[in-house]
Design a protein around this ligand. Structure first.
Ligand code: NAD
Ligand code: IPM
Ligand code: MN
Length: 353
């Protein structure tokens, strides 16, 4: 088989520390399955922004177009406003490649202590399906009357019939392949235009997926239920902002934000999809070699799945689970003392067997 062509953007901070862990793991699992990966690394980052005035070149998106997938570590650095770093790189890629599904699985692994007393491994296993290209993340709006008492900021949220329908259909179908239960995150009691429309479309799409049991929860109550009774969830679908918040909350419930993976998917495969951990560049721990590489490695497993290698993908997540269940090797965010390299080394040894 010819090599999978991967565009790799390590980015900033711990993004650069967890990306090499991904290369190591893919090499190990690839060796067992006859898979090869050809990486083209792009130095697009805040460092590039400070040097050249842009996070990526003007034709950056076009340069990624021919790849089988994009892997991204994380971007963001103190000194560069976040809206510049993220709207200069991550968000344009998600939009240009119509990666309208952001798939974010959450699991409590055996051997990891959830901060929730009642959370047991195996019982918590759900997926957040986040709408990824519209909603609250919009460029429409503005700032007026800067410096005056009348100063104001307006930000429009954009919910389109086509955009909401396609992500709902993805979420319903995913729920049909999993536990058959979909929860829609809403807030139609307080937001009077967009979320009532979202709810209407959920009811409409539910008719085409009669095998799926569905319910809806207001986002505030949903956050509380995720903490009090996370085992009740199977697939949760939410708008761009709600999905963002739910995925960090879910990651924390599962023990650490360092674990959580994400797949920015273009389900039609007209464009490359992008795989990245949920966490950011973590400037507070960057440069110390102690970042948890699990979120990045699990994201690479999602990438293997997307590239058509489900067995290789399952081996990676299985080996990750085995390291946690059978050894004390874990990074500081999970209460251990292993470095990024030590955790990765243990995982790669297991994959080699
Ligand atoms: P963050 O995820 O970077 O960090 C939040 C906290 O979690 C920090 O205390 C950090 O040390 C810890 N943490 C995160 N990942 C970890 C890991 N793998 N191992 C151990 N601990 C980990 O979120 P933030 O502090 O809000 O953002 C920092 C920067 O990253 C900002 O510039 C932000 O905009 C950016 N960001 C980028 C992405 C991305 O590139 N996809 C995602 C989120 C935030
Ligand atoms: C994520 C991140 C990004 C988002 C930020 C950094 C723009 O938090 O991928 O979850 O909100 O999408
Ligand atoms: Mn986020």
């Amino acid at each position: 088989m010819s090599a999978h062509r991967i565009a790799s953007i390590p980015g900033d901070g711990i993004g650069r520390e967890v990306t090499p862990a991904v290369y190591e793991v893919l090499e190990a699992v690839g060796g067992r399955h006859g898979l090869e990966f050809a990486y083209t690394e792009f130095d697009w980052s805040c460092e590039r922004y400070l040097r050249e005035g842009a996070m990526m070149p003007e034709d950056g998106v076009d340069r990624l177009r021919g790849f089988d997938a994009v892997f991204l570590g994380a971007v963001g650095a103190p000194g560069v406003p976040d809206h510049i770093s993220l709207w200069g790189l991550l968000i344009p890629i998600r939009r240009a490649f119509r990666q309208y599904v952001n798939l974010r699985p959450i699991r409590v692994f055996e051997g990891i202590d959830s901060p929730l007393r009642a959370a047991r491994a195996g019982e918590i296993d759900f997926v957040v399906v986040r709408e990824n290209v519209e909603g609250e993340y919009s460029e429409i709006g503005g700032r007026l009357n800067r410096g005056f008492p009348e100063e104001m900021a307006v930000q429009e949220a954009v919910f389109t019939r086509a955009g909401v329908t396609r992500v709902l259909d993805y979420a319903f179908a995913l729920a049909g392949r999993r536990g058959g239960h979909l929860t829609s995150a809403t807030k139609s009691n307080g937001i009077v235009h967009t979320l009532p429309f979202w709810d209407e479309l959920v009811r409409e799409r539910a008719e085409s997926h009669p095998g799926v049991r569905w319910d809806q929860e207001h986002i505030d109550a949903l956050c509380a239920k995720l903490v009090l009774d996370p085992a009740r969830f199977d697939v949760i679908v939410g708008s761009n902002l709600f999905g963002d918040i739910l995925s960090d909350l879910g990651a924390a419930v599962a023990g650490s934000i360092g674990i959580a993976p994400s797949a920015n998917l273009n389900p039609e495969r007209e464009h490359p999809s992008m795989f990245e951990p949920v966490h950011g560049s973590a400037p507070d721990i960057a440069g110390r070699g102690i970042a948890n590489p699990m979120g990045a490695i699990w994201s690479a497993a999602l990438m293997l799945d997307h590239l058509g290698h489900p067995e290789a993908s399952a081996e990676v997540t299985g080996a990750m689970a085995a390291v946690l269940a059978e050894t004390d090797t874990r990074t500081a965010d999970l209460g251990g003392s292993a470095t990024t390299a030590e955790f990765t080394g243990e995982l790669v040894r297991r994959l080699g067997r």
